[in-house]
Design a protein around this ligand. Structure first.
Ligand SMILES: Nc1ncnc2c1ncn2[C@@H]1O[C@H](COP(=O)(O)OP(=O)(O)OP(=O)(O)O)[C@@H](O)[C@H]1O
Ligand SMILES: [Mg+2]
Length: 275
């Protein structure tokens, strides 16, 4: 018998005011699997991750993580579930008042009984993985955009969570560092059996790290399949996306909005609630 998916997105719909962002999306990620989610800018990829984290509430459908329906959890249970999830936010979302070391080690200090020495070792290990060895004492204001991203990545993996959600972890990074991050994601999957969803626009890393690739178009998941199947999917939007050119249905005007206003955002700005 097949085990239940670690992340189960069921008929998920989400609108902001009249704007339908996600419409009846279904996605399952099994234990140890790496799902890559792609799609044009503004198609709802970040909104999808925020629903999985319980930072947004669906208008319809639900998300279950490890069999627990996120939107039905009380505060404590939600917090416990989020501890299993490391999230690498699109905008790094570092604490400006803390050093790199404190940012990366924050969850370790707060949520484990590790000694300061053990925490420092783990922080150093994570910083070395992302090519930032020795930058412990820098402040976020002293970092470039790409460095901030890498610190955010190091923070997401510090606790060795069983589930990782990466929101464009390589945007703004040079090709070499993009490859480094891709290899770390692959390593986490192979060595630790981490279950992950990675949102990326980078086709090369997508094909390297994905067990399956999903494509979101106009709020709907129009493909979710192995990289090999995705590559030859005849859907014109998939093919245009793969070609990366401007000719095709991808850029055509979306249909008119269908829904009434409803804003259901929960607390959205405390990244540390995610670990
Ligand atoms: N809290 C919010 N309130 C209102 N609208 C929102 C909110 N969050 C997202 N949206 C809207 O939902 C749509 C999808 O946003 P989302 O951030 O998920 O896009 P995305 O696919 O991640 O795009 P990108 O690739 O540019 O990061 C956008 O039109 C955005 O303006
Ligand atoms: Mg986004």
């Amino acid at each position: 018998m097949e085990s239940a998916p670690v992340i189960d997105v069921v008929n998920l719909s989400k609108a902001f005011g009249p704007k339908v962002v996600l419409s009846n999306v279904n996605l399952q990620v099994n234990e140890g699997e790496s799902l890559v989610v792609m799609g044009g800018s503004g198609t709802g990829k970040t909104v999808l991750l925020r629903n999985i984290m319980g930072l947004l509430t669906p208008d319809a459908g639900h998300v279950a993580v490890d069999g627990k329906i996120i939107q039905q959890l009380g505060r404590e249970e939600l917090f416990e579930t989020r501890k299993k999830i490391g999230m690498c936010f699109q905008m790094a979302a570092l604490f400006d008042s803390m050093s790199v070391e404190e940012n990366v080690g924050f969850a370790l200090t707060r949520h484990t009984s590790m000694t300061p020495g053990e925490i420092l070792n783990r922080v150093d290990e994570c910083l070395e993985m992302v090519g930032l060895k020795g930058s412990n004492k820098l402040r976020p204001s002293e970092l470039s955009g790409g460095m901030k991203r890498r610190v955010g990545f190091a923070r997401a993996i510090a606790l060795k969570p069983k589930i990782l959600l990466f929101d464009e972890p390589t945007t703004g990074l040079d090709p070499v560092m993009t490859d480094v991050i891709g290899r770390i994601i692959l390593g986490l999957k192979l060595e630790l059996g981490v279950t992950s969803i990675t949102v990326t626009h980078d086709l090369k890393s997508a094909f390297e790290i994905a067990d399956r690739i999903a494509l979101i178009f106009r709020g709907e998941c129009i493909a979710c399949e192995t990289p090999e199947a995705f590559r030859v999917n005849p859907h014109p939007v998939v093919q245009q996306f793969l070609r990366g050119d401007a000719d095709g249905p991808f850029l055509q005007d979306p249909p008119p909005p269908r829904r009434e206003p409803r804003e259901t955002s929960r607390s959205t700005f405390d990244p540390l609630q995610s670990v």
